[in-house]
Design a protein around this ligand. Structure first.
Ligand code: ZN
Ligand code: ZN
Length: 285
């Protein structure tokens, strides 16, 4: 099976089988009922959007730093874009002016701060086993060592640093519809959708998101309002700064929505579709 007509034919065959009384037990099992009666079968279709790219999180923080750290940060460039988009970097936020100040970390004794090794105590406990002697800290004098922020120059800068984390984005977004949960399971984010189901949303109507899109069908499977919803989702995706979209493909997804009633008169629904492995797929709801 590798074309829309053959997939449609397969779903139509399932529809005939359900009408003829087949799949009863499977539908009962899928809906956790002892037995079910079919009320109606609706051929419907939705859109699945395969989005590949990255999700970016960014935040800024004001930091005080010495000249050497500042120069090193100025020289840093964002890493090259990788295939999976994963990245973690920082850069100077140029929108906020850099301020030069007198280092705030060494005000008591200019150029010297608390020794990081002994925490400013000036002495260390001997780590030789069996002894409890105290040694003078070799890194400082009386707990003061060259300031780690300004390097002893007493000059530092207040810089706004932007931290950026990008995680890979790979989703098959099922546009909300009756069978959304079942279709999410049938087309997990990790899989690529069959190319023969590719569907051009723009060709469906000359005017984006107009009422002309509502009630369109896919080989007799009704899209209901899914085209309008899909276009609205794409607009939201493109206007959200955290989404870095490298590719976005839309696919048509026809399925059968079967309305059922159990012996104790509880309404249930079952979804029949052909999954990503092009196998028969049934889920109850
Ligand atoms: Zn020390
Ligand atoms: Zn300092």
């Amino acid at each position: 099976m590798n074309s829309p007509p053959s997939l449609i034919a397969q779903l139509q065959e399932i529809q005939q089988q359900i009408r003829a009384g087949s799949h009863q037990e499977a539908m009962a099992r899928a809906t956790l009922a002892s037995s079910v009666t079919v009320l109606s079968i609706q051929p419907v279709a939705t859109i699945v959007l395969a989005v590949r790219g990255g999700i970016q999180q960014a935040w800024t923080r004001q930091e005080e730093m010495g000249e050497a750290t500042y120069q090193a940060l100025l020289a840093e460039t964002p890493p090259p874009k990788t295939n999976d988009r994963a990245a973690d970097y920082r850069q100077i936020d140029n929108e906020v002016p850099v301020q030069r100040i007198t280092c705030t970390h060494c005000r008591i004794r200019p150029g010297f701060g608390l020794c990081p090794r002994c925490q400013g105590v000036g002495v260390l406990l001997s780590d030789r086993p069996g002894t409890e002697s105290v040694l003078d800290c070799p890194d400082c004098e009386d707990g003061f060592a060259t300031c780690t922020v300004c390097g002893g120059s007493t000059q530092s800068r207040v810089v706004t640093v932007r931290y950026v984390t990008i995680k890979p984005l790979r989703i098959n977004h099922v546009i909300p519809c009756h069978g959304q949960e079942a279709l999410k399971e049938a087309y997990p984010d990790k899989v690529d959708l069959p190319s023969f189901l590719a569907y051009d949303l723009e060709s469906s109507s000359a005017y984006r998101g107009t009422s002309a899109d509502v009630g369109k069908d896919y080989f007799g499977f009704s899209f209901e309002d899914t085209i309008v919803r899909a276009k609205a989702f794409i607009d939201r995706l493109h206007s959200a700064p955290s989404f870095l979209v490298d590719s976005l493909q839309s696919f048509a997804m026809p399925y059968l929505l079967v309305h059922l009633v159990t012996r104790s008169q509880i309404r249930r629904r079952a979804v029949f579709c052909i999954d990503a492995r092009q196998e028969f797929f049934l889920r109850g709801m």
